[in-house]
Design a protein around this ligand. Structure first.
Ligand code: SAM
Length: 299
């Protein structure tokens, strides 16, 4: 996910120990410093504000993901990159005699997650870098992540850390986006906002580190997971109830891509967007094709 502006908060080097940086109270690996700045800054504020739209956007994946996680009543679960916490709450509803810990870098998103989980006694949140946080070894029956494990600067180290946190016999279940060519929403909005030109450099650090299924298998296998299974899943992604509703959200998310366009071309973007959105309106609102990998593994 990328947003228009992403200045984020500056990361101060307070400690050289282990090459880590302590910024705004979080011990973060230097490889994730940009992610911290983005998610704890403007990007996090943006997605905290649009939490409901994101949840609705990927809502078609919700049931399949929860089913694959196969959480049980007494499960102890780690939700990696929990964001505003819909998955954390879904899992908590199933693990009624267990416990769910949501971890994330983003203060604004965690604030929403905490607020929405008020009253759930089996939920806790930590603002930590999941790549390096010293989770208790073998503490979790499940490690789950919906689009939250695609951002690690050092994915090998991160998944080794998560494998250590999972108990033998436990399961990891992840959802991550497939490539642009399988995600109509990205290719359409990119085309519209760039006028078919090359996109400018994103102001936010890139996601998309779990795009190639062979690389995912290799990465998780090397990290200590077993029986890695990568399944392609495709669902419509929701953007709004009607054209204007969707346009407001899409412009806020992709508008930065038009920043280098000549003025005339930029002036054509709003109409081009609305025309494309109108072509994607159906009985269930404005929806575009999307595709993700559902990754399952044991330990
Ligand atoms: C696309 S959002 C997904 C949020 C949530 N899983 C959901 O489905 O609603 C990605 C989340 O990953 C978090 N994240 C990125 N890198 C992280 C890291 N190294 N440690 C913990 N969280 C991280 C971001 O702060 C962000 O909230």
């Amino acid at each position: 996910m990328r947003v228009r502006v992403c200045a984020g908060s500056p990361v101060r080097r307070l400690s050289g120990a282990g090459g880590r940086r302590l910024a705004a109270g979080v011990d973060v690996d230097p490889a994730n410093a940009e992610q911290l700045a983005a998610w704890d800054g403007d990007q996090g504020v943006f997605w905290a504000r649009w939490a409901d739209r994101f949840d609705a956007g990927v809502g078609a994946y919700r049931e399949g993901f929860l089913g694959a996680a196969a959480v049980e009543r007494g499960s102890v679960v780690l939700d990696v990159g929990c964001g505003t916490g819909q998955v954390t709450r879904d899992v908590a509803g199933v693990a009624s005699a267990g416990r769910v810990v949501g971890v994330d870098l983003s203060s604004p998103m965690l604030a929403v997650a905490r607020e929405r989980a008020r009253g759930l006694s089996n939920v806790g949140f930590l603002r930590v870098d999941a790549q390096v946080h010293p989770f208790p070894e073998g503490a979790f029956d499940r490690v789950v992540s919906r689009h939250g494990a695609m951002f690690f600067g050092d994915a090998g180290a991160a998944f080794a850390n998560l494998a250590r946190a999972l108990r033998p016999g436990g399961r990891v279940v992840l959802l991550s986006w497939q490539g642009v060519e399988r995600n109509e929403w990205v290719s359409s909005f990119r085309r519209i906002f760039t006028g078919g030109r090359e996109a400018p450099v994103s102001p936010s650090p890139a996601a998309g580190r779990l795009v190639d299924p062979d690389a995912i298998r290799e990465l998780l296998g090397a990290a200590g997971f077993t029986g890695v299974r990568v399944r392609g899943v495709a669902e419509p992604m929701f953007f709004g109830v009607d054209v204007e509703d969707a346009a407001g959200f899409v412009e806020a998310q992709f508008g930065w891509m038009a920043r280098d366009l000549p003025e005339e071309a930029r002036a054509r973007v709003p109409d081009a967007l609305r025309e494309d959105l109108a072509a994607h309106v159906g009985a269930r609102g404005v929806r575009y094709g999307s595709a993700a990998w559902l990754v399952e593994a044991g330990r």
